[in-house]
Design a protein around this ligand. Structure first.
Ligand code: ADP
Ligand code: MG
Length: 390
């Protein structure tokens, strides 16, 4: 889904209040009645509220829903995106948003920058998004779709990812530095590397292979299984030793919403699947197979170093949240990129087309404006319009 930040700097403080009010109202209303929006926004003049509402609807941040009982609005993905970006901007985490670099089934990834110019990644979780292929099978779900549930579940996915990244980073695992989390978004350091999927040959597959498998084992020794340990979620940087000229391959692991504990009922299955993903990829891509069997789950957890699964549970991401998210992901067939791995290399772009289908429309919803052109490079999102407007 596009993230059109162009309008963000034209929103006034009353617009933000009305947008925030719609978000608040969504917690217990599928469709937030207009009078409730006005009440929550506590803007004096009624006409002021209506003006803001029509502004926001025009740029698709809220959408009008005609209900049997009453008319009202719901927050859209775009509206939630704006609220999260606004918070990141106010906290001085993000200054500008640039190009989209990734489209997953359940997320959109953008390059962004801090005020210092440091390059960051904004990951927007979109758990309610249904891929085109499964839309038909999900017709009933679409009809009963609760907007509160996609918002809440996407927020849980972001929170889970952020908490695990922090914990892993603290233990020295090669993961991007987590910077901030707000609503359904995570901000992290940009890794200047390509997914392993894009690497066609490596000088020495054996050492990268060994390193990746030992990471799977080490994760288990910290109580965790990645659950989606594949060539899309491993970024590999080629770093040249200036003196020797040797090129070292440095992996960074990303994408954690599906991480499971070693206590999970199917822990061994997920562990084996992670191992099998690496083996299959190295064999197909680099023609490399190892003579050594394993690693095996039971051996890996014989000596535990630490229980990050338990530690994270005690932090911001509770056991109850973990259960809710896992149940939702299971029900909606959210299974990371694992399903993609079997595909041939040719259909790489196919995914992109499907994702214009997101933001399932209510049958009687009044849609407003067509999508504008894609955002141009690096649009500042804070303060006044840029000196050289895009
Ligand atoms: P998804 O859950 O949609 O698979 P990922 O977290 O795996 O989301 O990110 C999707 C893609 O975005 C990755 O394959 C990678 O190309 C890119 N990406 C994600 N995070 C980063 C990062 N921190 N640095 C560089 N590229 C990233
Ligand atoms: Mg991924």
């Amino acid at each position: 889904m596009k993230l059109n930040v162009k309008n963000i700097r034209y929103l006034g403080s009353d617009d933000w209040r009305v947008l925030t009010a719609t978000e608040q109202g969504s917690r217990n209303h599928e469709v937030v009645p207009t009078p409730l929006i006005a009440q929550l926004a506590s803007i004096r003049s009624g006409s002021g509220v209506n003006k803001c509402i029509s502004n926001l609807a025009k740029i698709n941040l809220i959408a009008k829903v005609k209900n049997a009982k009453y008319d009202g609005y719901r927050l859209t993905y775009g509206g939630l995106d704006y609220l999260a970006l606004h918070s990141h901007t106010k906290a001085s985490t993000i200054f500008s948003v640039g190009n989209q670099i990734g489209v997953g089934k359940e997320s959109d990834i953008f390059v962004c920058a801090a005020e210092t110019g440091r390059q960051l990644v904004l990951k927007i979780h979109r758990l309610g998004r249904i891929s085109f292929r499964t839309v038909k099978a999900n017709r009933d779900y679409l009809r009963n779709r609760s907007s509160a549930s996609w918002m809440y579940m996407s927020r849980l996915a972001a929170l889970k990812e952020f908490e695990f990244m922090k914990a892993l980073r603290n233990e020295g695992f090669p993961v991007p530095e987590p910077i901030a989390q707000n609503r359904h978004t995570v901000v992290m350091a940009l890794i200047d590397a390509f997914p392993m999927r894009q690497i066609s040959n490596v000088g020495d597959p054996a050492s990268l292979y060994a390193e990746l498998l030992s990471l799977i084992v080490r994760l288990a020794q910290y109580g965790l299984i990645h659950g989606d340990f594949n060539e899309f979620n491993i970024l590999v940087e080629e770093r040249e030793d200036k003196e020797t000229g040797d090129v070292a391959l440095i992996p960074t692991i990303i994408d954690f919403p599906q991480m499971v504990s070693i206590d999970h009922a199917n822990a061994e299955y997920y562990f084996d699947r992670d191992v099998a993903c690496i083996k299959r990829f190295f064999s197909r891509r680099f023609g490399f197979t190892s003579d050594e069997p394993g690693p095996f789950f039971k051996d890996s957890i014989k000596t535990l170093t630490k229980r990050l699964d338990v530690e994270v549970e005690a932090s911001g991401f509770s056991r109850k949240m973990a259960k809710e998210l896992a149940a939702y992901m299971k029900e909606h067939g959210v299974d990371g990129d694992a399903g993609e791995v079997e595909r041939d290399d040719e259909d790489e772009d196919e995914e992109d087309d499907e994702h214009d289908e997101e933001e399932p429309q209510e049958a009687d919803e009044v849609s407003t404006q067509p999508d504008d052109e894609a955002p141009s490079q690096k649009q500042p999102i804070s303060g006044q319009p840029a000196a050289t407007p895009a």
